[in-house]
Write a protein that binds this ligand. Structure first.
Ligand code: FNR
Length: 350
């Protein structure tokens, strides 16, 4: 309905220019040190970043994670970033399809197949909307945009900070089990910036989930976004919790240890460059994921600015592989690395 669309536009405004990445939060990626190889004995062009995902082959292990849809402005973001992903062989996700499930006139703002015919494409819906839609309703959302898979997002922290948000989080695993039985390896379960830890990841995998985006703390904080929209006591609680979550580096390293190598892991949440992408890949991610940096570039300068930002990221990622003497992500993972400080403390507990 109207309120869903209005809320989405308020979210976009806040994410475009607001202070939605609290400076005191950290991914803890600053505590991951890849080790320099002075004699790489390889050329930049020897780097092979190609990666399988959702039955397709990516040219680089990067996912533009789901952000938006439902309004004309959101549609322009989806089309620009989907086209960018198509050009560079990345994976791309649309944002929550709740708006189109409530009003089919909004479906056009999620349609990207005309500009991105071969991109590995993810649909998106919240866990608690999925309960209402059922397996068939979720499948219709995926099919309506010709997606290769469906992302199911978890956002309890955001909901509790939203005055109109959910207050009852029972029954989640039961829905995940139904969806994973129906969708198989086309289902991805993601957080939205508070992180999925090893206990939840293990349980999801036991229920059949084969793709997980840990989306940890250190980047866009949805608790902060809702804090900025809230007033009174709700805003105060939001302020208190805007640093809540499992830092992305701790989430990805601990989740990889908890689940087998066959589970596809995405690490998003504050990943901001090629070197940081290399670090999450070294810690066990199959793909690095990013939302805010590409969204902001697109808002500031359209597709050309987003493409500039992406080129910096891809160049940095290749450079990190060369400087560790790695031709592939598999080789990068075998290299020694140094973990320091608070990250070591987190990993001792997780
Ligand atoms: C998001 N995110 C998000 N996630 C999701 O599953 N469904 C959604 O509709 C949205 N909407 C959304 C809008 C905008 C503008 C942003 C920036 C983000 C969350 C996103 O996919 C990701 O999990 C987090 O933002 C963490 O990544 P970054 O932003 O720190 O790179």
């Amino acid at each position: 309905d109207e309120t869903t669309a209005r809320r989405k536009d308020a979210h976009l405004d806040l994410c475009a220019t607001g202070d939605v990445e609290p400076a005191q939060n950290s991914t803890l990626l600053e505590h991951v040190h890849l080790i320099h190889c002075a004699m790489p004995e390889m050329a930049v062009e020897d780097v092979d970043l190609s990666t399988p995902f959702l039955g397709k082959r990516l040219q680089a292990p990067l996912l533009v994670t789901g952000m938006t849809g439902g309004t004309d402005r959101a549609g322009a973001v989806n089309r620009d970033l989907a086209l960018l992903a198509e050009r560079h062989g990345l994976a791309f996700g649309v944002g929550s399809q709740r708006a189109m499930s409530e009003d089919s006139a909004r479906a056009a703002s999620y349609a990207v197949r005309d500009v991105a015919p071969t991109v590995a494409l993810l649909g998106n819906i919240g866990l608690y909307q999925a309960i209402g839609l059922g397996v068939d309703g979720v499948r219709r959302l995926m099919d309506a945009i010709g997606a290769d898979g469906m992302a199911l997002h978890l956002n309890a922290g955001q909901e509790l900070t939203q005055p109109e948000g959910d207050r009852d989080f029972r029954g989640g695993y039961r829905v995940v089990e139904e969806l994973s039985r129906a969708f198989g390896d086309r289902l991805l379960v993601k957080e939205t910036g508070c992180g999925i830890g090893p206990d939840v990841a293990r349980r999801l995998v036991e229920l059949g989930v084969r793709n997980v985006d840990v989306s940890g703390l250190g980047g866009t904080s949805w608790v902060r976004v809702e804090q900025l929209r809230a007033v009174g006591p709700q805003a105060q609680v939001g302020a208190e919790f805007s640093g809540w979550g499992i830092p992305t580096a701790a989430a990805i390293a601990s989740v990889r240890k908890a689940v087998g190598p066959e589970v596809r892991l995405v690490a998003s949440g504050g990943v901001r460059g090629g070197l940081e992408s290399a670090k999450v890949l070294a810690l066990g991610a199959d793909l690095a994921g990013m939302a805010l940096p590409l969204f902001r570039a697109q808002q500031q300068g359209g597709l050309p600015a987003a493409e500039e930002a992406l080129k910096v990221i891809l160049t940095g990622l290749r450079q990190a592989l060369v400087l560790t003497g790695s031709r592939t992500v598999a080789q990068l993972r075998q290299r020694p690395r140094v973990l320091t400080g608070a990250l070591k403390d987190w990993l001792a507990a997780l």
